[in-house]
Design a protein around this ligand. Structure first.
Ligand code: C5P
Length: 236
């Protein structure tokens, strides 16, 4: 596998072409941003943790029947993934009120929902990733009705697998964001990453936040929280 030219640099990752037209290499950075890029910083070691944890989660999900873009980890920060075109929707599942949900609806954080919720944001930095519903996504041609239904079913399945997995690590899965991609032959698969950048993870006993909210809210102990999640997930 040969790493070729850089195709894209995002806020937390770079994507490179390879000598195989169906495969890309993702390179995870330590850069951290929040509030649509208004807050910027670095979290030492984050790239390694997010790479290793995402790959672990993707493999677990594959075993449970969820197709993902994961192919092979190359190094601490680099992973081979299937080439997809990203569906421009951020898919957010919530089990407990927090973050923008709590703010938007004027409720406290920590309310446990009777059933998980799902919402979509239109992935568009210039517009600040606005909330969008199924009909708007269809009207904008972001996905077909079948694709949206498939994405919803997969997102809820991911929630079931991850909730149970984190529960065994004494971690509450509060909410998370997923992104899906379309392969050249039109299949929808799970893409992007699953990490403390994209999930809210609270210690089940103490309620301590073990995720990017420590960076967003200047709570301190950011690196330690990422390391603690890595330790629980990987046993090291
Ligand atoms: O901010 P909000 O409450 O909407 O975030 C919900 C979940 O989605 C959180 O776990 C957050 O980490 C994740 N998220 C993300 N990327 C975004 C927006 C939210 O990973 N651009």
């Amino acid at each position: 596998m040969q790493k070729k030219e850089q195709l894209y640099e995002g806020k937390a990752k770079k994507v490179f072409a390879t000598d195989d037209p169906n495969l890309y290499i993702v390179d995870y950075k330590d850069d951290a941003t929040a509030f649509n890029g208004q807050k910027k910083g670095q979290i030492a070691g984050k790239g390694v943790i997010n790479n290793v944890m995402s790959n672990h989660m993707f493999q677990l999900l594959e075993q449970q029947g969820v197709p993902t873009h994961f192919v092979e980890q190359l190094s601490e920060r680099e992973t081979v993934v299937k080439k997809v075109s990203i569906v421009p929707l951020e898919v957010i599942i919530r089990n407990i009120s927090a973050g923008s949900f709590a703010k938007r609806y004027g409720v406290e954080e920590g309310i446990v929902f009777k059933a998980p919720t799902i919402e979509f944001s239109y992935k568009n930095d210039d517009l600040g990733d606005p909330l969008i519903n199924d009909y708007h996504a269809l009207a904008l041609g972001l996905a077909t009705e079948d694709e949206i239904n498939e994405i919803k079913a997969m997102a809820f399945k991911v929630n079931e697998v991850m909730k149970d997995y984190f529960d065994h690590l004494n971690v509450t899965l509060v909410d998370f964001k997923l992104e899906f991609g379309k392969t050249p032959d039109g299949k929808i698969i799970l893409a992007d990453e699953i990490s403390p950048d994209t999930c809210r993870l609270w210690d089940k006993t103490t309620g301590e936040k073990l995720d990017k909210d420590r960076f967003r809210r200047d709570l301190g102990g950011v690196e330690e929280a990422y390391q603690e999640i890595m330790r629980r997930v990987m046993g090291k």
